[in-house]
Write a protein that binds this ligand. Sequence first.
Ligand SMILES: [Zn+2]
Ligand SMILES: [Zn+2]
Length: 272
Amino acid sequence: MEFGGHTPCVEIRCGERLFIVDAGTGLSALGAQLGPSAPKDIDILLSHLHLDHIGGLPFFKPALLGQDRVIRTYCGNLEGDSAMASLDRLFAPPLFPVRLGQLPARFEHHGFKAGQPLVFDDGARVETCLLNHPGGATGYRFRHRNRSVCYISDVEHSEPWPDTDLVAFIRDADLVIYDGMFCDSEYTNCRGWGHSTWQKGVELVQTAGAKALAIFHLYPGHDDAFLKICEAEMQKNMPTAFVARERQLVTLEAEEEPAAAAAEPKAVLAKA
Ligand SMILES: [Zn+2]
Ligand SMILES: [Zn+2]
């Protein structure tokens, strides 16, 4: 009820520039919130194609608004292939009644290899890394006006931990959104499922000197009371760590220039 039940979808704003990371069921709520004023071109950066990260795509309102809309997906864990073949297979009868190609907006699907930076036509640039997950997943780092936000989900922690490449990737970030699906106490039963624990998240960001941690991609069986206990525990070690709430808004004010509300990078957690 408090932390939310949608699957992953995060809105990142660098000034006015919109990025959407993952297209889980939270994408439907985000689309409704953006409404007709949504940008005509929208970039959706996918961590990978497991169902919980793409299930919101056909319910994304901007895709219904007209043929002048373009929705681009980016997928980095298929050796350079795009998400097109997989999405066309899933969103088609008998698994789903409507194909993405039947929606008014035009979908474009781009593939890249996780580790390569993404460079967009407007000059925006996003760094990426490959994550330890069954079939791979892509982590993202956004930089804007001396601030940076990392999205690290889905990821299983390696032994030894923390992983040195991941530490380097998130070093000194202002906020890390991290897959803390489980707790260390329950982890022995969940090894190999491709997820991490909030304790390992705290260890990772503290080693990397990152300033804040949002624990994200919560296990559906954990209720509000349990998550509040986890949050109190993690804050003993790291006061700036928290369990992300659905629709929570985090604003990182620019370091040098005076605060100008319209130009601040923001991360909206459409899914906790
Ligand atoms: Zn996954
Ligand atoms: Zn997932």
